[in-house]
Structures are given as C-alpha cells and as structure tokens.
Design a protein around this ligand. Structure first.
Ligand code: HEC
Ligand code: HEC
Length: 208
C-alpha cells in the first residue's frame, strides 16, 4: 500500500517537472506569429525580368528559411527543434538513411501524424533531408543556387522541384505542424506560385 502510494507520488512529481520544462521552453522561444506572403501576381509590375525573378525568390525565401523547413534541412548530423532552432533533444542523428541511428530511429517518437497531446510532430516519412540538401546557415543566394543543381537535389530538375514543393507530405506538414508550433508563412499554394513565377522568369538568384 505504502509502496504504491510512493510510486504514484513519484510519477506525479516527474510529470509535473516535465510539464514545467515544456512550458518554460515554449515561453523562451521567440514567437514567430504567422507571416503573410505577397501573392506572385503582385510582382508583375516589376518590368526588369531579372529583378522580378530575384524578388519572387526572396519572397519564397520567407518559407525556405523558416524554422519549419530548416529544422529538417540542417547542415550538421542533428535536427533542430522549435522556432528558436535549438539542437534536437534528446540527441539524435541523421543516420545512414536519414531516419536515425539503428538504436534511435525517428519513428521511436515521431509517428504517422502529429501527436498533439504530447507535442510531437509526425508524418509517415519523418526524417532528415540529406546533407547535400542542407539549408541551415546558408544564405538565400546559396540555397537558390543549390536548388538549381541536380547533383545536390537528388537529381531533381526545376520542374521536379516545383512539383515537390506543392505535393510532398513533409513540405505540406509545415503548414499543419500541430498544436503549439507556428506554421510556415502564407499558404502552400502561394509558396508554390512564387517559385513557379521565379522559374518562369529565368530562375535568377540573389547574390550569395
Ligand atoms: C526520443 C524521442 C525522439 C526521437 C527518437 C526523435 N525525436 Fe524529433 N522530436 C521529439 C519531440 C518530443 C519533439 C518536439 C519538441 C518541441 O517542439 O518542443 C521533436 C521535434 C522534432 C523536430 C522539430 C520540428 C519543428 O520544426 O518544430 C524535428 C525536425 C525532429 N524532431 C526531427 C527528428 C528526426 C529527423 C529524428 C530521427 C533522426 C527524430 N526527430 C527523433 C522527440 C524525438
Ligand atoms: C520532417 C522533415 C522535413 C521537413 C519539415 C521539410 N523537409 Fe524538405 N526534405 C526532407 C527530406 C527527407 C528530403 C529528401 C527527400 C527525397 O529526396 O526524396 C527533403 C527534400 C526537399 C527538397 C528537395 C530538393 C532539395 O535540394 O532540397 C525540397 C525542395 C524541400 N525538401 C523543400 C522543403 C520545404 C520548402 C520545407 C518547408 C516548407 C521542407 N522541405 C520541410 C525533409 C523535410
């Protein structure tokens, strides 16, 4: 009797400490309230085609450089978490296939959908983008050049990139990231149109 009471007390205490830790973290993370995106057609009045192309890419960059995307496109072996992009806790690594080391697979915690009551995001393909697709710490100009280089995009040409950004379920997740997480700016459709406008105007890049 006495033993089980102690256990209950211990568990309640541990759960409380965890909850406080989570709340504390939410509080110190800077809030990125959801930003809007300028619609692609509002760039039509820029007559110089190169200037227009770059302006469209810079607008799309609000999404590309948002924590919802960059946390999964890190330049190290470790994912990042939250809007403050802190290193993932517990320590997990990309692993050979992007889904973690053998003893600590992403699926241990990340399931096929967001798990809101525990605050864990989810998706059937949850995993890190390969090293060649790292965006963390890169300038927008560098990300732009990288997106045009099939050697670094998993052999995708621009048409395939345009398709990926409006159909891939990990990309779409960034607009439905689960409770307590800010979505990427604008809508996925607006983002797709900005990149399409960029490609159609010559896919020019900002200076790196
Ligand atoms: C032991 C459990 C656990 C494992 C294993 C795990 N994660 Fe997580 N992960 C979490 C939790 C919990 C959160 C939510 C943290 C928060 O938002 O405060 C999270 C959040 C994330 C986020 C942040 C999403 C965002 O933008 O807010 C990314 C990215 C991520 N995990 C990637 C991975 C990858 C990739 C793997 C496998 C290599 C992995 N995780 C393995 C528990 C885990
Ligand atoms: C849960 C992790 C995760 C999130 C979140 C995520 N990605 Fe990715 N991304 C990946 C993985 C894994 C790949 C590699 C998939 C493949 O090659 O089939 C990838 C590949 C890509 C590619 C292919 C080409 C390249 O060079 O990067 C693009 C484009 C891309 N992601 C865009 C985005 C955008 C835009 C967002 C945010 C709106 C985003 N991703 C969010 C994991 C993620």
């Amino acid at each position: 009797m006495r033993g089980s009471f102690l256990w209950v007390a211990l568990c309640v205490g541990a759960a409380g400490a965890l909850a406080m830790l989570v709340l504390y973290d939410r509080e110190i993370s800077p809030a990125f309230s959801q930003e809007a995106l300028r619609p692609a057609n509002s760039f039509a009045r820029i007559t110089d085609v190169r200037t227009r192309s770059i302006a469209l890419f810079v607008e799309a960059g609000k999404v590309l450089q948002h924590p919802r995307c960059v946390n999964c496109h890190p330049s190290t072996e470790r994912p990042r978490q939250t809007d403050s992009r802190r290193l993932h806790l517990p320590l997990v690594v990309r692993g050979a296939d992007g889904h973690g080391a053998p003893g600590m697979r992403c699926t241990t915690c990340h399931h096929s959908d967001n798990f809101d009551s525990a605050g864990i995001p989810g998706n059937e393909h949850w995993g890190l983008a390969p090293q060649s697709m790292a965006w963390e710490g890169r300038s927008l100009g560098q990300i732009c050049e990288q997106l045009k280089d099939p050697a670094r995009t998993g052999n995708r040409d621009l048409a395939a990139i345009l398709k990926h950004v409006v159909t891939d379920s990990l990309v779409l997740w960034a607009w439905s990231p689960g409770r307590g997480r800010n979505p990427a700016p604008g809508t996925n459709a607006q983002f797709g149109e900005l990149l399409r406008g960029w490609a159609e105007s010559g896919a020019h890049c900002p200076t790196p």
